[in-house]
Design a protein around this ligand. Structure first.
Ligand code: 5GP
Ligand code: ZN
Length: 116
């Protein structure tokens, strides 16, 4: 498994950095966002390090997307979310701050106050 010793999310996947794990499979790892935009906001990452959308291996992108879809369904069923945003930021100018590819899964509620 390719990891980057300087990468925060590689550290969370490895258990070297604290994180609240929600789900995991062979290729992906999901954990709660430390600064949630809405209740239940989490991040899905490939276990194998890649910096961003343009670098990620297509098989890892597929695995992460499918994991996010499964988690979105759970968010609707168990958190009572009225909708879900999937978000990826690719590049610092597009708001990416952690350079290990991740999909945000953001449950949305009819009365939430989230703004872009
Ligand atoms: P980006 O801006 O790169 O799309 O998203 C990075 C996300 O990582 C942000 O939503 C931020 O709250 C989250 N984050 C940053 N540091 C940590 C951390 O140490 N632990 C967790 N669980 N999330 C983090
Ligand atoms: Zn990494």
């Amino acid at each position: 498994m390719s990891t980057d010793s300087d990468c925060l999310f590689c550290g969370i996947v490895a258990g070297d950095v604290p994180g609240t794990r929600v789900a995991e499979d062979e290729a992906t790892y999901a954990f709660m966002d430390i600064n949630p935009a809405t209740p239940g906001h989490l991040l899905v990452v490939p276990k194998r390090h890649s910096a961003d959308l343009l670098e990620i291996d297509p098989a890892d992108l597929s695995a992460v997307t499918l994991a996010a879809q499964r988690i979105a369904a759970v968010a609707r069923a168990e958190l009572g979310a009225d909708g879900v945003n999937l978000l990826n930021c690719c590049g610092a100018d597009a708001w990416q701050t952690v350079f290990h590819f991740h999909l945000h899964v953001i449950p949305r509620y009819a009365d939430d106050t989230m703004t872009p």
